[in-house]
Design a protein around this ligand. Structure first.
Ligand code: TNX
Length: 505
């Protein structure tokens, strides 16, 4: 029970456990739990080679199997928590809501040997150690951002990322869908956005975009894992791809040239043109229509070409459109400069702890997502040698990403105003899924634990041991993780990168 990440609220070992065998069944009584039962069966079938049929009805006899039920959980585990009991008669997971069962399944997965992650049958004794777990999150919101604009990542790569988030109980995926270098989401009323604005990326390679069907496929894949997709349409700055697609959106009436560089802050929609607001309204409407989740992110960062008045003029019109189309607006914390309505959530991203404007906004009732670049930016390099990212917020070691408190990081902001932490992975220099994995592991699990586990249980000394125990799982999953020297990885564990360089000499 000791090695689970994020560390559970309460876990007590109690002797003899349960062994999954070819006779094990998955028992599900509530319709709302069937999806999670099937997810669990699909997760465990390849490595065990067992059938693991889903049965409805009470657990029978000594081999009670794995039962998932929406009753019998203590009320203090809330909507996302669960209770789990493991003894020789079986594994019982109980929750108040399906999301809690899903969280319990992720814990169960980590209680089995790493070989459970294999896609081929392994001959291993599948014993879950005996014990009792009671667990629920510290923050209801635990997010991860992925920039698919600077480099485009297709449906399969994003699904893989979603699986990684699910594994560590992250429950929001923020997709940065538009920027200077590419527009990545189909909008019917403005077709040039993807006909012209999607065919390149940083460095001049081809790029791409999601059709509406593909976006919906991602949203549903995430939903099945209790992850809410948050689409970001970054405005009024970071709009080079839109300005490249439509001459009318430019103040000078001329299309902006394709942008394959990494500059920021030098583009903006034209604040004084009415067509700008028709465009913004159409885009927000269509994105809202294809997004079942409650949030829509309007970006709002680094509009350096605009005066404060122009910025405010723009946000005064754009933010109400988000509300009119039924979504709650989120903006990077600069959005607070436009004094938006209090429903607007501000995502804090500067590296430091002093942000008086954010503290004042929290005081007025705005909720805050905590993504300080010095801790939560997965595109920062680990040190001067390791990483495929940047260093403007400083190098960020695994320990740096773990040793902060999302609830108290911003001076003057009370924990009650913090929705939760969110990692950000900007992809100017992140080009492949291998790169994504290298920057994400092990820092995303670190921040996922800060988002889920009680602050009293998150000490670096213990965490680095738990993290080390994840290494063999990542090896089996073929994840290209960074073998930080801060973490006492077991000597048998080897990442793909190091096994390629070390063991074939
Ligand atoms: C700042 S963070 C940006 C992004 C860059 C990132 C690189 C934020 C809201 N804006 O446009 O990609 O730095 O780390």
């Amino acid at each position: 029970m000791a090695d689970v990440v994020p560390v559970p609220v309460e876990a007590k070992p109690t002797g003899t456990g349960y062994t999954i065998t070819e006779d094990t069944t998955i028992n599900v009584r509530d319709d709302a739990a069937v999806g999670t039962g099937e997810y669990l069966a699909e997760l465990f079938r390849p490595a065990t080679g067992y059938e693991l049929p889903i049965e409805d009805g009470p657990s029978r006899g000594l081999n009670g199997g794995i039962s998932l039920r929406l009753d019998g959980a203590p009320s203090d585990v809330g909507k996302q928590g669960y209770r789990m009991q493991v003894d020789p008669s079986g594994v019982k997971i109980r929750a108040n809501e399906p999301a809690g069962l899903f969280a319990g399944v992720q814990t169960l997965r980590q209680l089995l040997p790493p070989a459970i992650e294999s896609k081929t049958e392994q001959s291993v004794e599948w014993t879950v150690s005996g014990g009792y777990v009671r667990d629920y999150p510290r923050f209801n919101y635990r997010g991860a951002h992925l920039d698919v604009a600077r480099h485009f990542f297709g449906v399969d790569a994003v699904k893989q990322y979603i699986d990684y988030l699910a594994q560590y109980k992250v429950n929001h995926l923020h997709l940065h869908l538009t920027d200077d270098q590419g527009w990545r989401i189909e909008i019917d009323s403005w077709p040039n956005l993807t006909d012209e604005g999607a065919d390149s990326e940083v460095g001049g390679t081809p790029g791409g975009y999601y059709t509406k069907e593909e976006y919906t496929e991602l949203v549903e894949y995430a939903q099945d894992r209790f992850i809410t997709v948050i689409p970001e349409i970054d405005m009024p700055g970071h709009t080079g791809a839109a300005l490249e697609s439509y001459a009318a959106l430019n103040c000078d009436g001329e299309k902006r040239p394709e942008d394959t560089g990494v500059n920021v802050g030098d583009t903006s929609l034209c604040i004084d043109k009415e067509v700008t607001y028709e465009f913004v309204n159409d885009v927000i409407r269509e994105v809202a229509e294809m997004t079942p989740g409650p949030y829509l992110h309007v970006g709002g960062d680094e509009a350096h070409t605009l005066s404060d008045e122009e910025y405010e003029t723009f946000m005064d019109r754009a933010i109400p459109m988000v509300l009119e189309h039924g979504k709650r607006p989120i903006g990077w914390h600069q959005v607070l400069g436009a004094d938006p309505p209090t429903e607007t959530i501000a995502q804090y991203w500067y590296p430091g702890q002093d942000a008086p404007e954010v503290a004042a906004a929290a005081e007025e009732g705005h909720e805050i997502i905590s993504s300080p670049a010095s801790r939560a930016y997965l595109d920062m390099n680990y040190n001067d040698q390791d990483g495929v990212g940047q260093d403007w917020a400083g190098n960020t070691s695994v320990k740096d990403s773990y040793t902060w408190d999302p609830g108290t990081f911003i001076n003057g902001v009370d924990e009650s105003s913090i929705m939760g932490p969110e990692t950000a992975l900007w992809t100017e220099f992140v080009e492949t899924l291998d790169d994504i994995e290298y920057m994400t592991f092990p820092r995303l699990p670190a921040i996922a634990e800060l988002g889920w586990s009680p602050a009293s249980k998150t000490t670096w000394q213990e965490f680095k041991e738990r993290l080390a125990a994840q290494g063999p799982r990542w090896d089996v999953l073929d994840i290209n993780y960074y073998r930080s020297p801060q973490v006492p990885w077991s000597t048998t564990a080897s990442s793909r990168r190091s096994s390629a360089t070390e063991s074939h000499g």
